[in-house]
Design a protein around this ligand. Structure first.
Ligand code: IMP
Length: 180
């Protein structure tokens, strides 16, 4: 497993914990006085598995939890702007409030795609939250209402996020060192 120097750690474990606490409180308080069916928390796999599990633990509201799987690079880098939903959500979202949980909003194509899929299923409301946001990389005009941390244009790993399937299990977010 990779080991990152202090100056390569972008978001430390204690900061992640506080950030998720804050996002959970923001979501819960936005639901005060909302009387609708039980909301759905929808994690986007694989990257958001850790964030989703910690978020729902801290959320303290009744909710359903489901996941969908999105492949960002289905057939090589040329198709990177065409994410594919390889495993759609199983839960019926009709008439419910849905909260999409993403690991990173980078170009925005993945979130845009998941939003479109959900809209076609007639939910009551769709909101999104993301652990990390890289606004400098945005190509599609999508917004995540709640953000854990805004980060610069760096390639990162950890807390569910991988580089070639590695380092998802780091407890912090580290910048990948690319050596030539
Ligand atoms: P999008 O460009 O917003 O569609 O982001 C697609 C996906 O690319 C994210 O959900 C991440 O899984 C992945 N991704 C974006 N930036 C990084 C990164 O810095 N490290 C690892 N994966 C990333």
């Amino acid at each position: 497993m990779a080991d990152y120097r202090d100056d390569e750690i972008l978001v430390a474990e204690y900061q992640i914990d506080r950030g998720i606490d804050r996002v959970a409180r923001q979501i819960a308080s936005s639901r005060k006085n909302i009387v609708t069916d039980t909301p759905v928390i929808l994690g986007v796999l694989n990257g958001a598995f850790m964030f989703t599990s910690e978020l729902v633990r801290k959320l303290h509201i009744e909710c359903y939890v489901d996941f969908c799987r999105v492949s960002s690079y289905p057939a090589g880098p040329d198709l990177k702007n065409q994410p594919q939903i390889t495993c759609p959500p199983k839960i019926d979202v009709t008439g419910r409030d849905v909260y999409i949980v993403e690991d990173i909003v980078d170009t925005g194509h993945t979130l845009h795609h998941v939003l479109n899929l959900l809209k076609s299923r007639n939910p009551n409301r769709i909101e999104a939250c993301a652990l990390l946001d890289k606004p400098l990389r945005r190509e599609v005009d999508v917004k995540s209402r709640w953000i854990g941390f805004e980060i610069p244009d760096e390639f990162v790993v950890g807390y569910g996020i991988d580089y070639a399937q590695r380092d998802r299990n780091l407890s912090y977010i580290g910048k990948v060192r690319f050596t030539s």
